[in-house]
Design a protein around this ligand. Structure first.
Ligand SMILES: [Zn+2]
Ligand SMILES: [Zn+2]
Length: 321
């Protein structure tokens, strides 16, 4: 079962905005259509704020070392892949197949990014594809405003629940339901591991100049905050800035810079044209790190049936969308 890329309904105001301002239709909405029940729940969002505060305060307090910077990069890109290769291309779009154990592994790595469970994430993302850039789209910068699309929707109580009806194909796996419920477990274990690793390196390899708190700050808090905003940017920036290869019925854009930050998710216009594809960069010069990793995993037999864009998509690209 795949979710369609076309939206099912449309807002008259939004359509008018698109016709008049085209790619910057987001600016047309002087007053974002954020409803009363979509207000930020500051108290309920304390964890999100605390992670940001810990990253900023931590950087000022613990300093940096090469090994901490290296682990920051590793836990950043490792978890980017969990979100892009797992949460997005597998759980949301089923663009390839794998075993139940590797499905769990991808779910765990994605979950360690502290962006809720795989079922919650994929259910919301399928909704985005059904209603892209309409008033019903939860995180469209057009009708909802840029900030709300970026992270406001994460911070309001309304969208905390997982709509299991939107993800019945994966909700039948008890281990995924468990992880979806106890979604803080993987990030807490990762944070604890960084702390212990830093402590061990400080004790047995003092020449590296690191310690527990420093590894916790860089290997968990800083990389988690960077990961939040890189992934959120696909919902916000990639619907505002970039080029449009295909004339999709939404505002999605291709943005190479975001692709570098998110291992290929910046080819968002390509993705909205054909969401079932495992690869989002259509050509070798469109960097898509997630695709390269999935390709290597397919050579090892860990994943298979990688779904490619059909010929008509390439023909459409050649014809100028
Ligand atoms: Zn999108
Ligand atoms: Zn998608």
């Amino acid at each position: 079962m795949h979710e369609g890329s076309q939206h099912t309904g449309s807002c008259g105001v939004l359509e008018k905005g698109r016709r008049t301002l085209g790619s910057i239709s987001v600016l047309k909405h002087a007053r974002p259509l954020v409803h009363d029940d979509e207000k930020v729940d500051w108290l309920g969002s304390w964890g999100f704020m605390a992670v940001h505060a810990a990253a900023v305060a931590g950087v000022l307090l613990v300093g940096i070392s090469w090994v901490a910077a290296l682990f920051c990069l590793a836990t950043y890109y490792g978890r980017v892949f969990g979100v892009t290769g797992g949460y997005h291309r597998y759980f949301s779009h089923r663009s390839y197949r794998t075993t139940r154990w590797f499905q769990f592994v991808m779910g765990w790595i994605g979950c360690s990014a502290a962006q809720m469970g795989s079922l919650w994430w994929a259910a919301h993302h399928r909704h985005h594809h059904r209603h892209t850039d309409t008033e019903s789209d939860i995180h469209s910068p057009g009708p909802k405003g840029f900030l709300f699309a970026h992270c406001g929707w994460i911070l309001c109580r309304k969208y905390v629940r997982t709509n299991m009806k939107a993800i019945p194909d994966f909700a039948r796996f008890p281990e995924l339901v468990f992880m979806n419920r106890f979604h803080l477990l993987p990030p807490v274990i990762l944070a604890g591991s960084m702390l212990v690793l830093g402590w061990a390196l400080g004790r047995w390899a003092p020449g590296l100049g690191t310690n527990g708190p420093q590894m916790l700050v860089w290997g968990f808090f800083v990389s988690t905050v960077a990961l939040y905003h890189a992934k959120f940017s696909i919902n916000s920036l990639a619907h505002v800035f970039g080029r449009r290869r295909f004339r999709t019925k939404d505002d999605s854009k291709n943005n190479w810079f975001l692709s570098v930050l998110t291992l290929g998710e910046g080819w968002h216009n390509n993705h909205h044209r054909y969401p079932y594809s495992e690869r989002q960069g259509l050509y070798w010069w469109e960097f898509d790190g997630t695709h390269y990793i999935l390709k290597m995993l397919s050579w090892l037999g860990i994943v298979w049936d990688l779904n490619k864009p059909p010929r008509e998509v390439y023909e459409e690209a050649l014809a100028g969308g």
